[in-house]
Design a protein around this ligand. Structure first.
Ligand code: IVH
Length: 675
């Protein structure tokens, strides 16, 4: 006999679930939370506790059910009620116009079509089935007719609602939603870095990473991967009729499903082509990978009349961007010594154009990667560029081998200083252990002097080589010992240029603390992390003494980063470096106190949309460190709204109330002005 569950418990559980679903939607889909994280955690914990006490009340759509399912032996397959088709491709304006002309001929019309244009997401296609508003089954595309049942994995993705939002419109009896699960580029890079560090093969691209993460038998693995979804269409629907594709997308949004905000409706093919050009320029700034534009006839009645061919609908077209992959030949495999002493094999290739840029070098990551991909000198390879990262070799085209190719052998000695290289057991990276290795030093100086670090104007690769070759610079502090008289005798230098370089070096002595921390080249400490550290510790001395535990207290600093920082300051040669720099008068400027930041102190900021340079948390920290306040909603008391990409309704509200709106560049400038 089941026990009797008190009515108030039942009601409270129900209420908590509704609230949590709603706040998930505000947070993950709209990016506009209306309660604090702590309040949210309290609701969630209360629900978890009630469900633990009354397990009979647990339902599959409860927000607590996102993680925790048992690993599967293998995936079941599920049929798609309507086939998941693929798209016909076009690669030029001409082909896009031909598509439009074909539709007009087919329908015997001269009239322009309304098209919906959307970024073509490069991820993994999925179908989500909602029965009376509850997410029941999710599957991959498979062969288009049957896919793999990946419901448990999809449930771990926060942007997939477990229950549709019914505040504006009741959910239909059945709704099949189609969309693309993808990974952001930044997070994809981090994931690969971690995999390489663990000696695991990296994913070739964000698409493989998304697909691989989704097809994990253990949902806990999927849950640990940063996946998102954009919904772009429907399959079978019972209980709701639509007239246009645009209406479909707007309705999906109202039900709490995530639709790409860059989606537009336009009239005629020329407008669609113009959208393609705009997106092609914009795409390198987007946080995810998109490989083209999908052009769809808006009217569902016309879609029906046009019908489908065997594998793709007649009413849609994927108009692709210039390829970011190309094939070329490997001329040599060189090894580079990085600033941490890591020795990285690089493929030197016949120059080839990839996505509008000429490429002649590509990283091969490490020894195991070269072995795994079996890249040999003389091989034809496929290279790719994703976003702005260093190009990489995707695979060898083995069919084109002649037998003359030469396998790669990791050198036993450092190509720069001749020291025997080491590769600790269990590690993927080979290193030059010589702390005075010139290869590492050269890189370290290059990084130290770079624009976003100490910003030493005129200290580029060639000059660094020259200074090192002439024995003038054997360490970073040596830079500050350079005089005009040292430089004038060198080639490429005259009085004026020597004076300029010395003055640029001297000027860098008073650099803001975050830039100095970044300039040190501590592993895993990029610009944003350096910013966080500077804010927290306010001086180099305090940072140098921080324990791992203390570092871990800072939001945004994980164990790997904390360990690496600790290790850096523990090493004697780094301690020596800092001492010498201080003795030479290099004194990073402490972050200004809030009182000294008149522009920000006491002002209230609201953020909306995604920022490129910082996470929300970092941006908030920057404001509060300067004495400003951050609020989650716009009101008459708001001083500034900072609008990133795809801002939400807060932007409209700000405009309505006449609140000053800053874009990311203006916000950065504002921060800089206020210290
Ligand atoms: S519509 C019948 N819209 O592209 C139309 N597809 O080559 C079906 N894709 O398997 C697709 N972004 O995974 C559509 N905005 C978008 C898309 C998109 C990415 C993928 C989808 C599909 C493949 C077709």
């Amino acid at each position: 006999m089941g026990r009797v569950i008190p009515e108030e418990i039942r009601a409270r559980v129900q209420e908590l679930r509704e609230q949590i679903h709603y706040h998930n939607y505000r947070y993950y889909v709209l990016d506009e939370p209306v309660i604090s994280d702590a309040e949210y955690d309290r609701l969630f914990r209360e629900l978890e506790e009630l469900e633990a006490a009354w397990p009979e009340l647990v339902t599959p759509d409860s927000p607590t059910q996102r993680v925790g399912a048992q690993p599967l032996e293998k995936f079941e397959t599920v049929p798609h009620r309507q086939p998941m088709l693929s798209l016909e491709n076009a690669f030029s304006e001409g082909e896009a116009r031909e598509f439009d002309a074909r539709l007009k001929r087919f329908l015997r019309t001269q009239e322009e079509f309304d098209y919906v244009v959307e970024p073509k997401m490069d991820g993994c296609a999925v179908e989500l089935v909602y029965e009376r508003g509850v997410f029941t089954v999710g599957s991959t595309r498979g062969d288009g007719y049957r896919g793999e049942n990946v419901t448990q994995n999809l449930k771990t993705i926060r942007t997939i609602p477990l229950r549709l939002l019914e505040t504006e419109e009741p959910a239909p009896e059945l709704l099949e939603v189609r969309g693309e699960v993808y990974m952001n580029l930044e997070e994809f890079r981090k994931l690969n870095e971690q995999r390489l560090a663990k000696g695991e093969p990296p994913f070739a691209n964000p698409r493989n990473a998304a697909a691989g993460s989704l097809r994990q038998l253990d949902p806990a693995v999927t849950a640990s991967r940063p996946l998102y979804i954009y919904c772009y269409g429907i399959g079978e629907v019972v209980g709701r009729r639509f007239e246009t594709h645009w209406e479909v997308l707007q309705t999906l949004k109202r039900w709490g499903l995530r639709v790409n905000p860059l989606t537009e409706r336009c009239r005629g093919i020329e407008a669609a082509i113009a959208y393609h050009h705009r997106l092609e320029h914009q795409r390198h700034g987007l946080p995810y990978e998109t490989d083209g534009v999908v052009i769809k006839v808006d009217s569902l009645a016309l879609q029906e009349r046009l019908g489908t061919k065997t594998r793709s609908p007649r009413w849609a077209l994927a108009y692709k961007f210039a390829a970011t992959q190309a094939t070329t030949r490997v001329l040599a495999i060189e090894v580079n010594v990085g600033r941490t002493g890591a020795v990285t094999p690089m493929a030197i290739m016949e120059p080839v154009e990839v996505g509008g840029v000429t490429v002649s070098r590509a990283t091969l990551h490490n020894e195991d990667e070269v072995k795994r991909k079996d890249v040999r000198v003389g091989d034809w390879v496929l290279v790719q560029r994703a976003g702005d990262v260093i190009p990489e070799v995707v695979m060898v085209i083995k069919e084109r081998r002649t037998g003359q190719e030469v396998p790669f052998q990791m050198p036993s000695h450092c190509p720069v200083c001749g020291t025997p290289l080491v590769r600790p057991p269990g590690e993927a990276v080979t290193r030059c252990p010589n702390p005075d290795c010139r290869g590492a030093l050269r890189r370290a100086i290059l990084h130290f002097a770079s624009k976003t670090a100490m910003d030493i104007d005129g200290l580029g690769e060639k000059i660094i080589d020259q200074l090192m070759e002439n024995g003038l610079v054997r360490s970073i502090p040596d830079l500050y010992r350079l005089t005009e008289a040292d430089l004038i005798p060198l080639e490429r230098f005259a009085e004026k240029s020597a004076a300029n370089l010395v003055s640029a070096i001297q000027k860098s002595k008073a650099v803001p603390l975050p830039r100095f921390i970044y300039a040190l080249g501590i592993r895993y400490v990029g610009e944003a992390t350096a910013q966080l550290l500077a804010q927290h510790f306010e001086s180099l001395e305090r940072l140098a003494q921080a324990s791992e535990e203390e570092l871990l207290q800072i939001e945004g600093i994980g164990p790997q980063v904390a360990r690496s920082i600790r290790e850096f300051f523990r090493q004697e040669k780094n301690q020596r470096l800092l001492k010498e720099l201080a003795a030479l008068g290099v004194r990073p400027l402490p972050p200004e106190k809030p009182a000294a930041a008149p522009g920000l102190a006491g002002k209230t900021f609201v953020f909306t949309g995604a920022l490129q340079r910082f996470s929300r948390e970092e941006a908030k920290a920057l404001v509060t460190a300067r004495g400003g306040k951050v609020s989650s909603s716009v009101s008459a008391k708001t001083d500034y709204v900072v609008a990133g990409a795809d801002p939400g309704s807060k932007l409209a509200k700000a405009k309505e109330l006449g609140v000053t709106v800053l874009d990311e560049a203006a916000f950065l400038e504002f921060l800089e002005r206020s210290g």
